[in-house]
Design a protein around this ligand. Sequence first.
Ligand code: MG
Length: 218
Amino acid sequence: MKTANIPATNQQFTIGKIVCLARNYAEHARELGNETPAAPVLFMKPASSVIGDGETVRIPAYSQECHYEVELAVLIGKQCRAVSADNAMDCVAGYGTAIDMTLRDVQNALKAKGLPWEIAKGFDSACPLSDFVPASAVADPHNLQLLLSVNGVKRQDGCSSDMINRLPQIIAHISAIFTLEPGDVILTGTPAGVGQVVAGDVMEAEIEGVARLTIKVQ
Ligand code: MG
């Protein structure tokens, strides 16, 4: 069982489902040659894909191209189903830093065949996830700097203000499809600058004022 922790309030949640947005930053959609979607593009990672700060991403043997994507993670603290955008933020328990590890070669092959992405996005160690800060500690989740470096070289430097769909709309949209429960996590998409990591690399991801993550690659 994987847990999501909020050390400041001594809260611990068993992680349920991890619902992820694709193409939620226009510049990142463009860098991969994708259209900017009208509605959020969703996929899921299993809780078993989570690893914590200091742990190691293990690239599966069936991929030759593993990419990092730094993302703002939203921890759900109370059950919500078809919640309105106006009430959606009441369901948020905290914020954290995640890396949506993606086997880009595998994903591209699946996309070309119209097949689902799970084996490119949900493998063991595909979801490095920090501890969370309480929602009340973040003044504006739409004004957070997202940074990722590989071996000390900055690769991603974006701001959550550039999200296409914002948190109230995201939570309202998701909760109309999947009931959100305490311990569920939403990954809100990545800004531009994604790229490959290989065995031996070290990633440092940070959302300023939220959390840092140091993750090795093997
Ligand atoms: Mg992503």
